[in-house]
Structures are given as structure tokens and as C-alpha cells.
Write a protein that binds this ligand. Sequence first.
Ligand SMILES: [Zn+2]
Length: 394
Amino acid sequence: MQAEKTDRLLIHNIGLLLSGDIKEPLLAADSILCANGVIESIGKKSELSTHNVHTVVDAKGCAVAPGLIDSHVHPAAGDWTPRQSQLNWIDSSLHGGVTAMISAGEVHLPGRPKDIVGLKAMAIASQRWFENFRPSGVKVIAGAPIIEQGMEEEDFRQLAEAGVTLLGEVGLGSVKAAAEAKQMVSWARKYGIQSTIHTGGPSIPGSGLIDKDVVLEADADVIGHINGGHTALPDDQIVCLCEQCKNAIEIVHNGNERSGLLALRTAKELGELHRVILGTDGPAGSGVQPLGILRMVALLSSLGDVPAETAFCFATGNTARIRKLNNGIVECGRAADLVIMDKAQHSAGSDLLNSVQLGDLPGIGMTIIDGVIRSHRSRNTPPATRLPELTSVS
Ligand SMILES: [Zn+2]
């Protein structure tokens, strides 16, 4: 009983509940009860069994959404990135509402091994150290090897057996030819390892061009940064990628915004907005963007003419479904990873959703990971109009 008591958290007075599920982005409920790190029940406060609740958060009418998932990051070790000689970039992203990140390859680690034994060892080590240590509570799913020429099926089997679930961006290593990439992607898939391919021109010195023909033939699960690492493919190739395969369409902050909007509009015309997921591609040449995912939600909603509640699904439920994660949707039994936010002070919008549709960022008041409060008022977003209040801890 004691264990149960210490693990229960109630959020009530929720003014707006975003589900993260693109099929039903808004839920009619004002309270969420979390127990043992997962969402136990959702509904009206009077309907929930609130005995033994030890932490109560009064949302004060703010919106609650699933914690944002950054589908494309390049972590190194702990909360440090050598790319920008920067500490605490993951903690800064938590203050932008991001509660989970997915590695597209630990490419920035100084001296990264490129021989096959070395790259496998590093992928396994990366998977382990982020599993064992969550910076500021943020879930970093890492251990994404950059595939190199000469890898064989047995290498992928070994990686999967050792707990590796992702490939780093195909194309960042020596495998750039379509047929070779296709073979390795299919070996990875056979052993349950998900793949992402770099799309577009070189993002930094050392990476290369991957055009639509390579992307289509390689058939990776995620069309990584379809809007390029700043240098995007020509428009007709982006449209073709959206139309000719069914894989995830990943739009990143550190990419070409105009091309990102083109990909969004194409997915919308196809009736396939469920394929759209968001990343920052940070840390990158252009830096770390703690508010990058929020900025993408506001950009795509305002200029892409998508309701804000749908745009939030790109950064939550869509990513969770495609990446097979147990967070990202406000649903009983899923991880209690949540963000509490409100319209920013002095936004011209009438409410949170309207303010995002006008292109403004919301103010974040609290983040929760696995049912544990991880941050209070964001130090990075504009101040929220209302803030949640911790009303009782017993
Ligand atoms: Zn890339």
C-alpha cells in the first residue's frame, strides 16, 4: 500500500486536454490520475478515485498535452554536446516541453569509431548509458549506429540482440548507394531495428547528398528531415517522396522551413497527416533549439493552416505510434509524460489553440515524466497567462 500511495498524482482543473491522437485530438475531461508512472484514469474529477493521492496539481484552467517527442536529435554523452561545446541542452529542451528524444545517430562524439566492431560497440554503449541515465528525467532513446560499408546481416542481428532498436541516419556513413542502403535497412528491419535516412544535401561538412531515388529505394522507415538539413531537395522530389511511399514524413526545425511547409501541405492533400512527425535535428551547425519542437508546431499550424490540436499530434501521438513508444498519447495505461501550458502572456490569440494558430508559442508551466514533476515554470518559453499550482504533497 505504501508504494501505491507514494506513486499517485492527480492533475485537476484542466481547461483543455490535448490527446496527441490525430484521430481525436481533443478530450472532454478535466482531470488525470497517474499511478506508478502511468495514466490510470481520465475524466471528471468527481468520477475519479482519488484516494491515496499524494501529489495534487491544480492546472488552474491550463491545457494539458502529452510531453513532446523530438524525433531527431544527435546526443553524445549525458547532457553534453561537443557539437556546440554546450552543457544542459537536454534540460533546456525539457523547458521547451520535450520529455522524450530519439537519436538519429551519435555522430558528434569526438573520435567516433567507423570500423564495424567499433561502431557496434559505441551503439551498444550509447544505448546503455542513456537507458541508465536520463538527463533531467528526459527519455533519450539512443544507440543508433551509423552504418558503414562492409556490414553484414550478422552485425544487425548482434546489434538487435544487444538491445539496439534504431539505426542512425542512413547516408551519414560510407553507405550512400541505394542498393547497399536498401540491403542494410532490410537486415535491420528483419531484426526489429527501425531506420531513418538522411534526406537532402549535406548538412555539415562530411555528410553528403541523398536524393529522392536513394530515399525511395532504401525504403527506410522514416524519411529523415524531408525538408533537408538546411539544404532541401527540389520541390518535385519532396512531393514525390510524400506520394510514392508510405513511410514517416519527418520535418525538422534545423531544416528548410519552406520545404517543410511543402511536405506538410502535400501530406494534407493526400489525407495522410498521420505520417507527419517532428524533430529538431539538434545539436547541429545552427545550434541547439530548446523551443524547436514548439516552434515547429506553431509554424506548421499557422502557415500550414492546420488546427493547433492537430499540429501537436505531429510531435506526440504520431511519433509515438511510428516509433512504437508507450508515451505521446493521453490514454489509460500509457506513460504519464505530460506538459501543462497556457497561452503566452500578451498573445493576440483568444486562447491557447488560437494563439498557436496565429504563430505564437505557448508558455509552459510544468512538465511531468513517468508521473513525476520534472520542471515547473519554463525558463525558456514566454510566460504563460496562468500557471499550474502544486496544492498538496503528502
Ligand atoms: Zn541528416
